[in-house]
Design a protein around this ligand. Structure first.
Ligand code: PLP
Length: 488
């Protein structure tokens, strides 16, 4: 029951940010998306980590640390099973694409650029983007929970690049799961197409739509809104609002803190390139659990909705048509789907406040916290923000290369640039590296006049045979295809 601390520590329940959905267990919210009242699931309280417990964790290998952190959120999977899943997820083999000289067994190795300035490598997984850190765990959790329940799931998604391939590499070959991934025909880079379309697993279906990314998203929404079809074919999603993805991301904030500090509750700052507010939301949760984070430095690209909020208190999502195409494309987002989780906390976890604010957002509007008590609470959250433009990005890719001898991708360059603007003397700054440069060769060439190196496992992938279904943007045709290939 709420308020019973010992009981809630034993069995973690999840609530909706809008307060009108029943509390659920982790396994129940794992396979769903939004709560039925339109809110996002959050734990009923953030588990706390004392200074003593924190120091006990220092030196743990990544899987053991992940088990400690995740064990506080996942209480309905037996500890032994959770350990098996976590050990299977975080292996040096899966995260082997690290920089020469780095230890893959660290999973997220820390590279020190200068005293007090670090890069936390999060993109050493199968698709060379940080999304693998969480998606790989999600794949194993899905297989486990579906297997126990004797159920199947058909994942339907749309991608313009990183998310789709990360999901496919996490779910390929998993029992009980089929993946139907829409992408805009001919719009992704040759490297991205090769990554996704060359997967030969029988449970992966790549569908190239003769349209733009927004149209692909509209198709996904149309199928999700077809309640009868959705129920009959058990359509699910793996998008960034999934709570398990956030929980998995909390772990590497702990790992980064251990790697950059010597102990004693030393404070650090994290700089995080942001789009959907997923990655940095995990930082906010780590801080809420007691990890000594002084600042969470949020970097946006030219799509600056989140920077505007943290500077002014005004949250003003833009329409898809107003979203700008930039050279850090995985952050070309104008509606931060995890942001509601943060505002729920800012509002003292008052669901009524969140409902009132999102009534405006869901009607296509904005909200302004300046005249509310919430604005006064913002400084205590530790958030600061900034915008990084194409010129900043190119300059910071050069800076990292010329000054520190490290090649970074355009998103990480946004984080580095904004991080340095907010850097404080004596506080270690950890920049989260969210992708490898090879995925964004064009911008690297512009900045450095050279091609990014390609991890050997990706040599010649463009030559592999590709398997796709090309389709017009037609809901009925898409539903026919899914019905013909869905798992029973
Ligand atoms: C998804 C992504 C981001 C943005 O992360 P959010 O969790 O959406 O804020 C940043 N960089 C890269 C490379 C990404 O793929």
């Amino acid at each position: 029951m709420p308020g019973n601390a010992s009981l809630s520590a034993a069995a973690m329940r999840y609530l909706s940010t809008r307060g009108r959905a029943p509390a659920q267990s982790f396994s129940d919210i794992l396979l769903g998306g939004l709560a039925p009242d339109g809110g996002l699931y959050v734990p009923e309280a953030y588990p706390q980590v004392s200074r003593a417990e924190l120091e006990e964790w220092r030196g743990l290998p990544y899987p053991a640390l992940a088990l400690r952190v995740l064990g506080k959120f996942i209480t309905d999977i037996p500890a032994r099973d959770l350990k098996t899943l976590v050990d299977r997820t975080y292996t040096a083999q899966t995260y082997r694409h690290c920089r020469p000289g780095r230890d893959a067994a660290e999973i997220t190795p820390l590279t020190t650029l200068a005293p007090g300035l670090h890069l936390l490598e999060l993109s050493n997984g199968p698709t060379l983007a940080f999304k693998d850190m969480a998606m790989q765990l999600l794949g194993n959790l899905f297989e486990y929970v579906l297997g126990r329940r004797g159920e199947t799931l058909n994942i339907l998604g749309a991608t313009s690049g990183d998310t789709g391939s990360s999901a496919e590499y996490a779910l390929r070959g998993k029992r009980g799961v089929r993946v139907f991934m829409l992408s805009p025909h001919g719009r992704m880079s040759a490297f991205q197409r090769a990554q996704m379309y060359s997967l030969a697993d029988a449970n992966i279906f790549n569908i190239a739509i003769r349209a733009m990314f927004d149209d692909c998203q509209d198709l996904v929404k149309a199928v999700a809104n077809d309640a009868a079809f959705k129920a009959r074919y058990r359509i699910g999603a793996v998008n960034s609002i999934n709570w398990a993805r956030i929980a998995a991301q909390v772990v590497y904030y702990f790992k980064g803190w251990f790697a950059a500090t010597a102990g004693g509750g030393e404070e650090v700052a994290f700089a995080v390139p942001s789009g959907n507010f997923g990655n940095i939301c995990a930082g906010h949760i780590a801080r809420s659990m007691g990890l000594p984070i002084r600042r969470l430095i949020l970097a946006t690209n030219e799509n600056d909705v989140l920077d505007e909020f943290f500077r002014t208190g005004v949250y003003r999502p833009r329409s898809g048509a107003q979203t700008r195409v930039t050279s850090s494309p995985s952050m070309d987002i104008s509606r931060a789907s995890n942001f509601e989780r943060f505002v729920f906390d800012l509002a003292g976890r008052d669901a009524g406040t969140v409902r009132a604010l999102w009534e405006k957002i869901d009607a296509g509007g904005s909200f302004d916290l300046r005249a509310t008590p919430l604005a006064a609470r913002l400084p205590a959250t530790g958030f600061v923000s900034g915008v990084s433009t194409h010129a900043d990005r190119v300059r910071n890719i050069r800076l990292a290369w010329d000054k520190y001898g490290v090649m970074i991708d355009p998103h990480t360059a946004d984080g580095l640039g904004v991080g340095l603007r907010h850097r404080e003397a004596g506080i270690p700054l950890i920049v989260l590296e969210t992708a490898q440069p090879v995925k964004f060769a064009e911008t690297i060439c512009e900045a450095l006049g050279r091609e990014p190196p390609r991890p050997s496992a990706f040599e010649g992938i463009e030559e592999l045979p590709q398997r796709i279904e090309v389709m017009e943007p037609d809901v009925a045709a898409l539903e026919r295809f899914i019905a013909a290939h869905a798992g029973e």
